[in-house]
Design a protein around this ligand. Structure first.
Ligand SMILES: Nc1ncnc2c1ncn2[C@@H]1O[C@H](COP(=O)(O)OP(=O)(O)OP(=O)(O)O)[C@@H](O)[C@H]1O
Ligand SMILES: [Mg+2]
Length: 256
């Protein structure tokens, strides 16, 4: 059975894309078959992995909106662990406009329909969602079994998480009754900072049982890895961030 996991948080810059890539790489490293789907028009996931379609080449946009293109047609195999990636292009910026114009029943199904023909071939399909809860992000949640929520260790965490959990409840009520939260993963922790430990405790109290034990440390290495076009597991395999993402992947497997 494949698990479709949407990496989502309304808030921008909390580590969604970094988490999608590295938890995906860690799962693939442990021999799972993994498809990463870039659902963000800025194509950060594709860019962080150095997989950017050539000008004019098809990407996720065509797989979603062009009846002639199957998601399978745009998937490429990354150089590590057999990891598969469906890259995005800037064309995806038109998605919101097209979705607004389509009937409500169809607009929420667009991601589910695109991944349905290929999902069974993978153990994990991981969707990298853009920030905010616009139509494409909602469609991604409607298509998913689970949502993994990266949350920056910061004072504003609880407020943002309350909003997000309300949104998830709405999506459960209206579009996808089976959607469950696979966990909240705290990111960008500076272990020397007492405040960060307090934030993690606060989130654990607010969301009992949902906070992952693995905490992703703040490290410039993750930015260097993205600049080098590699997962951290490849760029610095034994470093603390790679280890944290391996532990996170193990927790995800255990929670499955
Ligand atoms: N643990 C970390 N330590 C240090 N830098 C990090 C960490 N995680 C992510 N970053 C960096 O922070 C920036 C934002 O991360 P990322 O792109 O993963 O967030 P995002 O939630 O996907 O953002 P957006 O909402 O814009 O899509 C990137 O430059 C990334 O390299
Ligand atoms: Mg992102």
């Amino acid at each position: 059975m494949s698990r479709i996991i949407c990496v989502s948080n309304q808030k921008g810059g909390v580590g969604k894309t970094t988490t999608a890539i590295n938890v995906g790489a860690a799962l693939a490293e442990s021999d799972a078959s993994v498809l990463l789907v870039d659902l963000d028009a800025r194509a950060d996931l594709s860019g962080y992995l150095g997989i950017v379609p050539a000008t004019g080449a098809s990407g996720v946009y065509e797989a979603l909106f062009d009846g002639e293109t199957d998601l399978r047609d745009v998937i490429v195999t990354a150089p590590w662990y057999g990891l598969q990636v469906a890259p995005a292009t800037i064309d995806l910026a038109a998605a919101e406009m097209l979705l607004v114009q389509s009937p409500p029943t169809e607009r929420h199904q667009v991601v589910a329909q695109a991944i349905a023909p290929v999902a069974a071939e993978y153990d994990y399909v991981i969707l990298d969602s853009p920030p905010g809860l616009q139509l494409l992000a909602v469609s991604a949640l409607a298509a998913s079994d689970e949502v993994l929520v990266p949350q920056q260790c910061s004072f504003l965490a609880l407020h943002g998480l309350r909003q997000l959990s309300q949104s998830i409840e709405r999506i459960q009520q209206e579009l996808n009754a089976d959607l469950r939260i696979s966990g909240i993963v705290m990111t960008m922790q500076d272990r020397r900072t007492i405040h960060h430990r307090q934030v993690i405790e606060m989130v654990k109290e607010g969301f009992p049982g949902l906070v992952m034990e693995s905490v992703i440390p703040a490290t410039i290495r993750l930015q260097e890895a993205a600049a080098a076009g590699e997962p951290i597991l490849v760029y610095e395999p034994e470093g603390p961030a790679a280890q944290a993402y391996r532990q996170l992947a193990k927790e995800l497997i255990d929670r499955g």
